[in-house]
Design a protein around this ligand. Structure first.
Ligand code: UDX
Ligand code: UDX
Ligand code: ADP
Length: 484
């Protein structure tokens, strides 16, 4: 396969841009890949031994290519002007003020990247939308580029990324599908082919799906909405299981055996987190509202409402089982990241659970193997944004922040604690010495497992009062019903 173009530039060296470009560089040795970012500290970290993100297998890939055909740089304009294909992978947070606050995507970073591309380009380029954006963003970007193009031909493609954090490298090596959307013009089709040729280095062609621009953009929002909806569905069932004595794991297993449903993404939990699910659904809701489809908007809104309900329910269960107060009580928090094998805390359910407990004046001792104290304190001090009513809720006061202690070991976190909450499913939490933990805790000793990782029977035999999401309740918890 002979490729005409040889240079790729990616704007945005984040969770998506970094790993994706590293894998493209590894799989396409004849292509030169430059990843650029305005953040000097991020680029410095990408060029060091301590990469800015924790992702299993990433170090190895970067080490193999960096300095050969993979470069990290803050010289954004130089690399963009030299590239044949420019990926844009900048952040698109939810707007916090103005029109669409709480729902619409904030495209500020996108727009400034597009204007910069138009400014510095001296040759034709394919511009690829990589970050998840609302439907029809490509059209807006196309307008910015073409109105400022000075005769240069820009082809816009949408190529949403489906990798999940913690398994990013595996997902990139062996994707379920690669989706490329483009214009149905000869120029658009040529651009699609050029990008398809890049992926075809390692992805079987039958897994590369080519569509129009809007289908590609909407498919990404839809896929995340469907995934999140499965979790909210099983979490809704978990509340019913607790009320009736069914076991949500058994229900999930039985339901998932139906090949029309499938077994994945049916694990009940304290709630989904991460930078994508809530943001993308809010986006979808906003687009539906703008298009006069309130029924559809409300359908998807309910997925987030159940997720919020699940987090509230968890906090209420903790407080009610400890005689309706956790004031002044030490509670150990095991896990803060939004899932295992990542240090990412964006929208992690741990933030809401911790804030709920802090609101009831608990003393928290937090341990996560990949999240540092600075990050945790920052997350807990941040304004909480209410997506349903776009106002900022009060941040924690400085005194309440002193209620939070971050430690580097699960045993230190649990020492003298009244209760333990497991909020991330880190493997190491399965193999802790729970007898030792029990011996060093106040009695009665509680464990609230928000990820269903512990062996309840073993812990009960030790003497713990155990709460697991969606499982039959201990007599203690039945006697102390939680009000959600
Ligand atoms: C997600 C999509 O999976 C990915 O395709 C897309 O590109 C980005 O968004 P990510 O957010 O990285 O990826 O992780 P994911 O594995 O989807 O988990 C999201 C959240 O759902 C986590 O908090 C996880 O703990 C939770 N979850 C997942 C459950 O509670 N139960 C499950 O069964 C699965
Ligand atoms: C259903 C369940 O599939 C079955 O497991 C259960 O035992 C009884 O209920 P049934 O109602 O006979 O079976 O048919 P099914 O094939 O599930 O279709 C139900 C309805 O959904 C039909 O009206 C069908 O046209 C519709 N449907 C199905 C869709 O509109 N879209 C689809 O993708 C699938
Ligand atoms: P994602 O999870 O989508 O990858 P991140 O927030 O991890 O999002 O990464 C986005 C990156 O994009 C950040 O490192 C940010 O500094 C960078 N960025 C945002 N705007 C620009 C811009 N105009 N030029 C270069 N980099 C940008």
């Amino acid at each position: 396969r002979i490729l005409k173009m040889v240079k790729i530039c990616c704007i945005g060296a984040g969770y998506v841009g970094g790993p994706t470009m590293a894998v493209i560089a590894l799989k396409c040795p004849e292509i030169e890949v430059a990843v650029v970012d305005i953040s000097v500290s991020r680029i410095t970290a990408w060029n060091s031994d301590a990469l800015p993100i924790y992702e299993p297998g990433l170090d190895e890939v970067v080490k193999k290519c960096r300095g050969k055909n993979l470069f990290f740089s803050t010289d954004v304009e130089k690399h963009v002007s030299e590239a044949d294909i420019v990926f844009v992978s900048v952040n698109t947070p939810t707007k916090t003020q103005g029109l669409g606050a709480g729902k619409a995507a904030d495209l500020t970073y996108w727009e400034s990247a597009a204007r910069m591309i138009a400014d510095v380009s001296k040759s034709n380029k394919i511009v690829v939308e990589k970050s998840t954006v609302p439907v029809k963003t490509a059209e807006a970007i196309e307008k910015i580029l073409n109105h400022n193009s000075k005769g240069i031909d820009f082809q816009i493609l949408s190529n949403p990324e489906f990798l999940a954090e913690g398994t990013a490298i595996q997902d990139l090596f062996n994707p379920d599908r690669v989706l490329i959307g483009g214009r149905e013009t000869p120029g658009g089709q040529k651009a699609i082919e050029a990008l398809r040729d890049v992926y075809a280095h390692w992805v079987p062609v039958d897994r590369i799906i080519c569509t129009n621009l809007w289908s590609a953009e909407l498919s990404k929002l839809a896929a995340n909405a469907f995934l999140a909806q499965r979790i909210s569905s099983v979490n809704a069932m978990s509340a019913l299981c607790e009320a009736t004595g069914a076991d949500v794991s058994q229900v999930s297993h039985a339901v998932g055996k139906d090949t029309r449903i499938g077994p994945k993404f049916l694990n009940s939990s304290v709630g989904f987190g991460g930078s994508c699910f809530q943001k993308d659904i809010l986006n979808l809701v906003y687009i539906c509202e703008c298009n006069g489809l309130p029924e559809v908007a409300n359908y998807w809104k309910q997925v987030i409402k159940i997720n919020d309900y699940q987090k509230t329910r968890f906090v209420n269960r903790i407080v009610s089982s400890m005689f309706n107060t956790v004031s002044g009580k030490k509670i150990a928090i095991l896990g803060f990241a939004f899932k295992k094998d990542t240090g990412d805390t964006r929208e992690t359910p741990a933030i809401d659970v911790c804030k709920g407990l802090l609101g009831d004046k608990a003393l928290l001792s937090i341990y996560d193997p990949q999240v540092n104290e600075e990050q945790i304190q920052r997350d807990l001090a941040m304004n909480k944004f209410d997506w349903d009513h776009p106002v900022h809720l009060q941040p924690m006061s400085p005194t309440s922040i002193k209620q939070v202690n971050v430690v580097w070991d699960a045993y230190a976190a649990t020492k003298d604690a009244h209760g333990v909450c497991i909020l991330t499913e880190w493997d190491e939490f399965k193999t802790l010495d729970y007898q030792r933990i029990y011996d060093n805790m106040r009695k009665p000793a509680f464990i609230f497992d928000g990820r269903n990782v512990v062996d309840e029977a073993k812990l009960r035999a030790i003497g713990f009062i155990v709460y697991s999401i969606g499982k039959p309740l201990d007599q203690w918890l039945k006697d102390m019903p939680a009000v959600a």
